[in-house]
Design a protein around this ligand. Structure first.
Ligand code: NAD
Length: 485
């Protein structure tokens, strides 16, 4: 099967596709050609209203089911997604421009992993018994209610699933707003969940930009907000959610360090730097964009990196031989090019790349800059593109201090053959998601998330359950009540 690029309608609400052409048109642009492949409409207040009402109603019905029954629906959705992996991956590639070689293994597949994992957990969620002498107490793990998910444009299928799977497992309903840049695949994930048995209204997808997100985040019917986006948007959404004391998960940006010691396996370290800077054309929040290389290995590292970059196959992302696609949008390409120019103006040395590619679409060369110093703009701000900055260092203490000298704290990685050093360094870096002799793995079984400005809360793993449920405590007196009068 193949999905039409133009979906049946812009929104998926209360178990069906719905349209409201009063909403501002939302063109969907294929990043490899710059051509419009579909046109959707932003959600109007009427659509938002319908989605939130449907979610509130469906949540009550869903929470009344056993966890095992809810889990069955999630696992069935995971199976359907795996069956349709190819069609979903092709759709994701049209929408994001990421190479099919990647989307076939990293997007719908990751969504299926999350639904399967949380589907398995759904029947195991319990409270506890607490003995208090003759009296006792117990806790009940309850859903929060209606959750709002807001996504970034880099991993649309994964983001809706990473938020919806734990939310639904805990008995919540979801209203999801994908990024306005990549609105297509979340509609299909919601459709599949409904096909798998989710009651109408349990999962809804509404389209639009920040104003639609803001309307959702501030609606009194909403109990929880989970955002994947930039730090700037995170500040706004967190503040808006605070007005209603809503529970939040914030998955925000990063400026993560990847530390390569002299004794590292060179090819693995270079491979980690490639995975941490060029996969998805560098559009990954956890990327290790500050690559600290110990001085003794610097030249060999740069030489090997330049050599390995000859393996880049840039081209039509729908061709499975392509391993490097375009940026998601013209705007994002401009942002990245301006960072490269700033880096060079501030003294960074261009090793390779640095240019937009003269062809249709938003292609840019994979770029390596060396002699980058801590104070340069490219070492301080998130670029969100294929730009790898190499910084030199000499000692372990020095590199730890410099790695932590950032307001963000999403990820960190270390390459060394000295395992004691690896764990010592990781123990001292301030980051939520870390790697030893690897980079950018995100298995559903491990928590994912950031510290400092990079976020609040964790996605994936059992830890996510804490962020989509609350505990009710019940004290049970077995003895007489001892009142003063
Ligand atoms: P963005 O912050 O511009 O937008 C994210 C989402 O928020 C979009 O859906 C947008 O429409 C919505 N939004 C914008 N303003 C809003 C408002 N006032 N109220 C409610 N919603 C609003 O981010 P982007 O450019 O789409 O994505 C790139 C950013 O996302 C990068 O900073 C990247 O690091 C981050 N990101 C983080 C993770 C993570 O898990 N930590 C994963 C992927 C991307």
């Amino acid at each position: 099967m193949n999905y039409d690029l133009q979906p049946p309608a812009s929104h998926f609400v209360d178990g069906e596709y719905v349209e409201d052409t009063e909403g501002t048109p939302l063109p969907v642009i294929h990043p490899a050609t710059g051509k419009t492949i579909a046109t959707l409409h932003e959600a109007t207040p009427a659509i938002i209203d319908r989605a939130l009402d449907a979610a509130r109603r469906a949540q009550v019905q869903w929470a009344a089911m056993t966890g095992a029954a809810r889990g069955r629906v999630l696992r069935c959705a995971a199976d359907i997604i795996r069956d349709r992996n190819h069609a979903l991956s092709v759709l994701e590639t049209w929408d994001t421009g990421k190479p099919l070689q990647e989307t076939l293994v990293a997007d719908a597949a990751s969504a299926a992993d999350a639904l399967e994992y949380f589907g398995g957990l759904a029947g195991t969620l319990t409270g506890e018994h607490v003995q208090l002498g003759e009296n006792w107490g117990y806790t009940v793990r309850e859903p929060l209610g209606v959750c709002v998910g807001i996504g970034a444009w880099n991993y649309p299928s994964q983001i809706i699933a990473w938020k919806s799977a734990p939310a639904l497992a805990c008995g919540n309903a979801m209203v999801f707003k994908p990024s306005e840049t990549t609105p297509l695949s979340s509609l299909r994930i919601a459709e599949i969940l409904t096909e798998a048995g989710a009651p109408a209204g349990l999962i809804n997808v509404v389209q639009g930009a920040g104003s639609v997100g803001h309307a959702l985040v501030t609606d009194p019917r909403v109990d929880k907000v989970s955002l994947t986006g930039s730090v700037g948007t995170g500040r706004k959404v967190y503040a808006a959610a605070a007005e209603g004391i809503r529970n939040v998960t914030m998955e925000l940006g990063g400026k993560s360090p990847l530390i390569v010691f002299d004794d590292a396996d060179l090819d693995n370290a270079v491979g980690g730097a490639i995975m941490g800077n060029f996969y998805s054309t560098g559009q990954i929040c956890s990327n290790g964009t500050r690559v600290f290389v110990q001085k003794g290995l610097k030249q060999a590292f740069l030489d090997r990196l330049a050599e390995r970059l000859k393996g880049v196959v840039m081209g039509d992302p729908l061709d499975e031989a392509t391993n490097f696609g375009p940026m998601v949008s013209e705007r994002q390409r401009e942002i990245v090019l301006s960072y490269i120019a700033k880096g060079r103006a501030e003294g960074a040395r261009l090793i390779t790349g640095g240019q937009a590619v003269d062809r249709d679409g938003f292609f840019i060369e994979p770029t390596v800059l060396a002699d980058v110093t801590d104070d340069m703009t490219i070492a301080r701000e998130e670029i969100f593109g294929p730009v790898l900055s190499v910084l030199d260092f000499e000692t372990e203490d020095e590199v730890i201090a410099r790695a932590n000298d950032t307001e963000m704290g999403l990820s960190a990685g270390v390459f060394t053959r000295d395992l004691a050093r690896a764990h010592r360094v990781i123990g001292k870096v301030k980051a939520g998601t870390c790697y030893v002799n690897s980079y950018n793995d995100a298995p559903v079984e491990l928590p994912f998330g950031g510290s400092k400005l990079s976020g609040v809360g964790r996605e994936n793993s059992k830890a996510a359950i804490e962020h989509y449920s609350q505990l009710k405590s019940v004290f049970v007196r077995m003895t007489d009540v001892d009142a003063p009068f």
